[in-house]
Each structure stands twice: as C-alpha cells, then as structure tokens.
Design a protein around this ligand. Sequence first.
Ligand code: MG
Length: 370
Amino acid sequence: MKISSIILRQIKMDLLHPFTTSVGTERDKDIILVEARSHSGQSGWGESVAIMEPIYNEETVRTNWHMMNDHLIPLLHQQDITHPDEVSERFKKIRGNYNAKAAIECAIWDLYAKENNLPLAQALGGVKNKIEVGVSVGIQSSHENILKQIDEYLQSGYKRIKIKIMPGWDIEILAMIRKKFPTIELMADANCAYTLDDIEHLKKLDQFHLMMIEQPLAHDDIIDHAKLQAQLDTPICLDESIHTYEDARKAIELGSCRIINLKIGRVGGLTESKKIHDLCTKHHIPMWCGGMLEAGIGRAHNLAITSLSQFTLPGDTAPSAHYWKRDIIKPEVAMNNGYIDIPEGPGIGFEPDLEYINELTVHKHVAVMK
Ligand code: MG
C-alpha cells in the first residue's frame, strides 16, 4: 500500500443537545479528521476522539494536530505499508498520544480494507452482521427529565440504558429509575468521580442490580479498583484506566474489573483493540464499545470493531441522529429496533460527505508523503 498524502481537517460541529458528565458539559465539538490517500486513488478515513480540554485524558485537539503533523505522520514516510498492523509498530517509539495515533491508524485500516475490497468489519475479523445498541444519558437538570428521556429511549428500541453518576447524583436517581423500570438493562458510569473512601456508599449500589458500574475510581488506577471490586457484587467496568493491551492484562490479573469498555481512540487504534479483544476472549471478560460523541467516521469504526465476537454487551454506538442534526457521512448511521446493521461495502462502508465536511472545516493541512 503506497500512501501518497495524509490530509488533516479540523471541523467544528454543533451537538444536537448538550451532554453533561461528572467532568463537564459539551455543546459543540471540534474534531480532527484524517484522510489517507493512496497512489491508486483510494481514500481511507479516521477521526480523532480528542476534545478541546484535557479532561477525559491528557490529549486535546491542538496536541493531536501537533503530534500528527510533527511526530506521527513523519514516521509513515519512505517505506510502503503492507498491513495496517505495521502502523502501530512504527508509532511505538512515540509515548502515549493514543487518540492521535488511533485517528491515523484507523484511516490506514479503512484504506487497506478498501484496497482489498473488504468491509472493514471483515478485515478486522468481525463475525456479526448487526449489533445491539445502548444509549448514554447525561446528567440532567431534573429527575423528571431523566425518567422521561429514558422512557423515550426505551420506546425507540435501545437495548440498555447507561446513566452518568457522581456523588449527589447517584443513589436517589438510581432508586427512582429502578422503581419505574424494575427490569431494564441499566448501568452507571461514574467517570472517576469517587475514591476508596466511598466504598460503603458504593456498596449501596448493589441493590439496583446494575449490569456494571463503570470507572468509579481514578482515571489512572487499577489497584484501588481491585480493592473495590472485591467488596462489590456489581461488576466494575474499566474505561479511562485501559490504554493498552498491557493495562488490560494487568487489570484482569489483579481482578480490577469484570468487564471492559473499549474505545478505539483510547487504546491507540484498531490493532491494539483487536489484541485487547483476543485477551478478553481468553479470559471470558465481556466487552462493549464506548462512545466519545463521535461524528460519522469515528462511529463507523466503532461499528466495525463491535462486530467482533467478544463485544457481547450493547455499546454506546447510538445512531447519527441521536447526536447530530446532520452527520458527515452518507448514509447516516441508522438504528432499527435497537440494532444497527454492519455495512457491507468496502472499508468503513459509509461515504464521507465531502461537501459538508468542507463547509465545517476550520483548518486543513496536507502532508505529501516522501
Ligand atoms: Mg465511560
């Protein structure tokens, strides 16, 4: 595979509704799109999940732009790439910066699948032709709003409900949800809002029979999570703590979690995602694919990875219309009765809407391969 150029575009999109978690509220999104062009005229696409502020991890849109241009893209010069697995090998000498690495690597995976006339899902070893979809409900202004919103989501077919929790917005709200919806698939994501001092408090969540509690403790911890898991009946799912296969291996070995939320951008790309998937398969750890309020390109990559067999739990891969007035791909990602079909076309299986992408572009940079 001969890459001729890599084009970076920073676009700005308004979210349909503001989304609040324990770390802040997002109203719009600046997104870096990566287009990898080959000499044969094909284009592969990737999307960075980095946001403007370093509040999910240490990366931002600006650090990604810098890392891609000054450090990562130069590593792709000269030698041809036979298989996308080689990209993460080349990026290995650069520490961290997983969102930036993943966006480029995903574009090259898409390009590889297109050049081989394969759906990306198939190129990754996916086995499903449709996936179950869950939805994440942000922290709301009132209890009534959250119940109304959950009711609407269930009506539209979503297979599980995830609510964001934090101290002061947890037991009372979960009790209220369970009272109205005693049997729904329900889980809670704390986005690191608690500490081990809250063990007695967190034990009270066991009464709600949650599918899991996601990332209750610090973003960089796996030790305290193991201590907490030993005292909870509810499975802990790790999100922020898992950046690599090695992190996943250690967390599983320590008993820090019983479920893993995989985000392609958090672990540096699809090759690392596959390795973590195979590890979880070996250890019977159920997985699901998390979301970072992606636009269509990132969403399409999420669909492809979710088609792998160990993604046994519904993910956060809601349809385009849940987040955006208009998405940047054609067709948009659509849901039928709580399922999304895995596209059958080559690569990600969706066409980037270039006209709209150009309208949204605030910065563009073209790196011509040497
Ligand atoms: Mg999470």
